[in-house]
Ligand binder design. Structure first.
Ligand SMILES: Nc1ncnc2c1ncn2[C@@H]1O[C@H](COP(=O)(O)OP(=O)(O)OP(=O)(O)O)[C@@H](O)[C@H]1O
Length: 361
């Protein structure tokens, strides 16, 4: 008997590998027993997420798991409720035991644009639904094409290693099986593969009109820049960009984890807060002993902690010049005034300590 088409088999194997790894991890942590035998799939109605839903429903069923489609209606077009309703119907036909539609309000005039506001709203619902259902995992349909676009946009914006590491295939309970198993981009699926899977399932998908909006960087990268790069640099450019992310990803994750551990240790030895404005103190000599790649990460993480401690969290990350100025306080400079940071705080040097404190009013 002939097996499933090759593309379907590849998709199933990617989803199976991700779910099996998640179950194994939870079994080690003895956390699996507390979780419902359910997986969530974020479905936009696009080809990538419908293909993922169909694949997951098939695989999960055979692993004794239920599949719930989670559809977020951003209410950004007039027909958005109808699009969400049709997607839910398709998901049930493709084997989902449940299909949840959540309507969210998205600010259209926010600082990061509609795209970022929609993403933030989506992530909030994802986290909430994971909590409500106690599901094992939430699966998202990002493909190798999304990864290539992400890396290119990161480079274009002058991003560092984190930007070049692209979209993580696994982050806690959030899994992106179509990015490939264990950072192996050769097992990733292309957007065209997901369209083929949808056609094989006779499932109509929705094309997001925002994808064609030239005002958005992502649309220009997808519609103009990558086609040109394929023509000029070769058809393998998407795979090569995704490979760069796969190669750098583990290095970045390792350094980030190391920096978190070192910050924890430095905080333990950091002494008591002395002034009312103080938020966080670190021993400057201990910090100076860390290599530069860790120091800059520790400074970023510490600044985020201090911002949270101040109760004035901003959605801005540290600028490169702020990191360099803070690092200069550590390695070379003693009497300099505080370096202003996001969230109305600053970092300064005082008595052998690096001090994060509320900024002078
Ligand atoms: N409205 C939605 N409802 C539920 N899931 C969604 C929705 N939009 C996107 N997703 C999920 O996110 C995946 C990626 O979608 P898309 O590429 O449009 O988002 P993105 O903005 O690039 O991603 P991210 O959310 O990571 O920034 C989809 O395959 C789907 O799993």
């Amino acid at each position: 008997m002939a097996g499933p088409p090759r593309v379907v088999a590849r998709a199933r194997s990617a989803v199976r590998a991700h779910l099996a790894a998640r179950l194994e991890l939870l079994a080690d942590d003895t956390g699996a027993g507390h979780l419902a035998p359910r997986v969530l799939v974020g479905v936009s109605g696009g080809a990538d997420s419908l293909a993922l839903l169909a694949t997951t429903a098939w695989v999960a069923h055979r692993m004794g798991l239920e599949t719930e489609a989670l559809i977020i209606d951003h209410a950004l077009q007039e027909d958005s409720a109808a699009v969400a309703g049709r997607a839910a119907e398709t998901c049930r036909r493709l084997g989902a035991q449940a299909a949840e539609i959540r309507r969210v309000q998205v600010r259209t005039d926010g600082p990061g644009g509609i795209e970022n506001a929609a993403r933030a709203a989506r992530q909030q619902v994802f986290a909430q639904r994971l909590e409500e259902t106690g599901a094992l995992a939430l699966l998202l349909g990002h493909t190798l094409d999304d990864q290539a676009e992400q890396v290119l946009m990161g480079l274009a914006r002058g991003g560092g290693p984190r930007a070049l590491a692209g979209i993580p295939p696994v982050r806690g309970p959030v899994l992106r099986p179509f990015l490939g198993a264990a950072r192996d981009e050769t097992t990733a699926l292309r957007r065209a593969d997901t369209e083929e899977i949808c056609r094989l399932h006779d499932a109509d998908w929705w094309e997001d009109p925002m994808n064609a909006d030239p005002a958005l960087l992502r649309s220009r990268v997808r519609g103009t820049v990558l086609p040109l790069l394929r023509e000029q640099l070769g058809e393998q450019i998407d795979e090569n960009l995704a490979r760069a992310a796969a190669l750098i990803g583990p290095d970045v994750e390792h350094l980030d984890a190391e920096a978190r551990d070192q910050l924890e240790a430095l905080r333990r030895d950091g002494g008591e807060l002395r002034e009312e404005r103080d938020l966080l103190l670190l021993d400057v000599h201990a910090l100076a002993a860390a290599p530069g790649v860790l120091r800059t990460r520790i400074l970023r993480d510490a600044s985020r902690l201090a911002e949270a401690a101040a109760g004035t969290p901003s959605d801005k990350s540290l600028l490169r010049r702020q990191v360099l100025a803070a690092d200069a306080l550590v390695v070379s400079w003693h009497g300099q005034a505080g370096v202003p940071l996001p969230g109305r705080i600053e970092v300064a040097r005082r008595d052998g300590l690096l001090v994060w404190r509320r900024a002078d009013p």
